[in-house]
Design a protein around this ligand. Structure first.
Ligand code: 9YW
Length: 420
C-alpha cells in the first residue's frame, strides 16, 4: 500500500460521522448524495461492510415517493448555508428538496461485483435486494418527476441538483429567475474558501430563489416540474442516469428481479438523448427546455457519453477531437470547461477545475469504449494531481494546484478506487 493510500484511508476515517461521511468537515458538514456514492467506492477497497453502510444511510433519508435528497442533515451544523431551516422540507431526518446525479446504482453494482469476486455474494445478497428496491424507487421518481414526457433525459430543477452548480451551462437559463425577493442572507462558503473559487452573489441569489420557489410549493415535485423557472435537460445527469439504469438492470438480473421497467427507461434514453447533441458546436451539452436552446459548451460532462454506453462513430469522433484539442492545452485532464472558451477560469467551481470523480466516470467510459490511451491519460493525470497537491476538492488544470476544500472525501475515494 502506498503512502497516498494510507492518507486516503485516514481522510475517509476522519470524515466518517458514523454511518455516513461528510465531503469535508468544515465546508460541507452534512451527507451529500453523490459524494456518498463515490465515497463507498473508496471504502470498498478496505472496509466492505462500511461501503454498503454509506449507501444504506443515504437511502434511510429517501422519501416515500422514491425521491433521494441531495443533502441529508443528520446533525445541526451552522458551517454551511443554506441549512435545514431554509430548505424546510418537513422531513425526518431534515433534507434538502432537490436531488443529485444518480451514481448510486452504478456504485452498488460495483460493490456487489466486488463482494461476489470475494466469494461473499450470499452474505451481501439481502442487503443488495433491499438496496435494489430503494434504487428502483429513486429511478422511478426520476422517470415520473424529472422526465414526465418520456423524452429520455433528466430535467434539472436547480443548478445544485446537477452537482455542477456553477457551470456556465446554467448562466443563460438562469436569467429569467426572479431574484428580487430573495432578501438578505449570509453565505458561509466564502468564509471558508477564497471567493474567487466560488459562485458569485448573482448565482447564489438564483440558487436561493429556486429554493424559495420549491419551498413555497411544499416540495411537491410534480408541481415544481410544471412551473419551475429553471428547467434544463442536464447532460451530466442524463448520461449518469442512463449508465445507472444499465447497471440497475444488471443487478436485477443478478438478483433474479424483474427488469422490464428498467429496460424501458434505457430504451427511452437511447431514443431521446440525442436532443442533447448540439450539431452546430458538435458536442454533447445541456439544453434549456424553456427556450429549446443548447448551452453549446464543451464541459467535462460532455465526455460522459462513453460512460453512458452511447456508441455513435461520428459523435464519438467529434468528442475525441475535443478531447485531443483540450489535452494539448492543459497539463491535467479533464477541465470542467473547455480552456478555449472565453469563460474558462482556472479555479472557479465548474468553470475550469478538474474533479477526480468526473474523471473517474470519464476514464471508465473511455476504457470501456476501447479508447485506452485517453482513458490512461485521465487516470494518470488524476493520480498525479493528488500526488502533487494532496486530496483537494478540485484542481487547477494548468498548474495542478488545489481548489476548494482540502482532505476531501471523494477525492480520497477515487484515489483508492483507482490505485487498487
Ligand atoms: C456547494 C459536496 C458538494 C458536491 C457538489 C459541489 C459542491 C455544494 O460540493 O456543491 O454548496 O457548493 O459542486 O457537486 O456534491 O462535495
Amino acid at each position: 500500500m502506498t503512502q497516498d493510500s494510507n492518507t486516503a484511508r485516514a481522510i475517509l476515517k476522519a470524515n466518517d460521522r458514523g454511518g455516513y461521511t461528510v465531503p469535508n468537515g468544515r465546508v460541507y458538514p452534512f451527507q451529500w448524495n453523490w459524494d456518498s456514492a463515490f465515497v463507498a467506492l473508496g471504502f470498498d477497497t478496505f472496509d466492505r461492510d462500511r461501503a454498503w453502510t454509506e449507501i444504506e444511510t443515504l437511502f434511510r433519508a429517501q422519501w416515500p415517493d422514491g425521491f433521494v435528497p441531495h443533502i441529508v442533515f443528520w446533525q445541526e451544523d451552522d458551517g454551511y448555508f443554506p441549512g435545514p431551516g431554509v430548505w424546510d422540507s418537513g422531513r425526518t431526518p431534515p433534507t434538502s428538496g432537490i436531488t443529485q446525479p444518480p451514481v448510486a446504482a452504478t456504485v452498488v453494482r460495483t460493490l456487489w461485483d466486488s463482494a461476489a469476486a470475494a466469494g461473499q455474494s450470499e452474505h451481501y445478497r439481502p442487503r443488495a435486494q433491499a438496496l435494489f428496491d430503494r434504487l428502483l424507487g429513486w429511478h422511478r421518481w426520476f422517470a415520473e418527476h424529472r422526465d414526465a414526457n418520456r423524452s429520455g433525459v433528466v430535467v434539472a430543477m436547480h443548478p445544485w441538483e446537477t452537482g455542477r452548480d456553477n457551470s456556465p451551462e446554467w448562466d443563460v437559463p438562469g436569467v429569467p429567475i426572479d431574484v428580487s425577493n430573495v432578501g438578505e442572507y449570509t453565505r458561509r462558503d466564502t468564509g471558508h474558501l477564497d471567493a474567487k473559487m466560488r459562485p458569485t452573489k448573482l448565482e447564489y441569489d438564483r440558487y436561493l430563489a429556486l429554493v424559495q420557489f420549491g419551498r413555497a410549493a411544499g416540495w411537491d415535485h410534480a408541481a415544481i416540474a410544471r412551473s419551475n423557472p429553471f428547467r434544463v435537460a442536464d447532460v451530466g445527469m442524463s448520461m449518469i442516469l442512463l449508465r445507472a439504469n444499465r447497471d440497475l438492470l444488471a443487478l436485477a438480473q443478478a438478483l433474479g428481479r424483474n427488469g422490464d421497467e428498467i429496460a424501458r427507461w434505457i430504451a427511452d434514453a437511447e431514443a431521446g438523448i440525442h436532443i442533447l447533441w448540439d450539431a452546430e458546436r458538435r458536442t454533447w451539452c445541456s439544453r434549456d427546455l424553456l427556450t429549446g436552446r443548447h448551452s453549446g459548451y464543451v464541459t467535462s460532462a460532455s465526455f460522459l457519453s462513453f460512460y453512458a454506453g452511447l456508441r455513435d462513430p461520428e459523435r464519438d469522433e467529434a468528442m475525441m477531437a475535443h478531447f485531443d484539442r483540450i489535452a494539448e492545452r492543459v497539463r491535467y485532464m479533464v477541465p470542467s470547461l473547455d480552456p478555449d472558451d472565453t469563460g474558462f477560469q482556472m479555479i472557479r467551481y465548474w468553470r475550469g477545475p478538474v474533479w477526480a470523480v468526473v474523471n473517474w466516470m470519464i476514464g471508465q467510459g473511455l476504457a470501456e469504449a476501447g479508447h485506452e490511451a485517453r482513458a490512461k491519460r485521465v487516470r494518470s493525470d488524476t493520480l498525479a494531481l493528488i500526488q502533487g497537491s494532496g486530496f483537494y476538492e478540485a484542481f487547477n488544470p494548468l498548474d495542478g494546484s488545489g481548489s476548494g476544500g482540502d482532505d476531501f472525501s471523494w477525492t480520497a475515494a477515487i484515489a483508492l478506487a483507482w490505485q487498487t
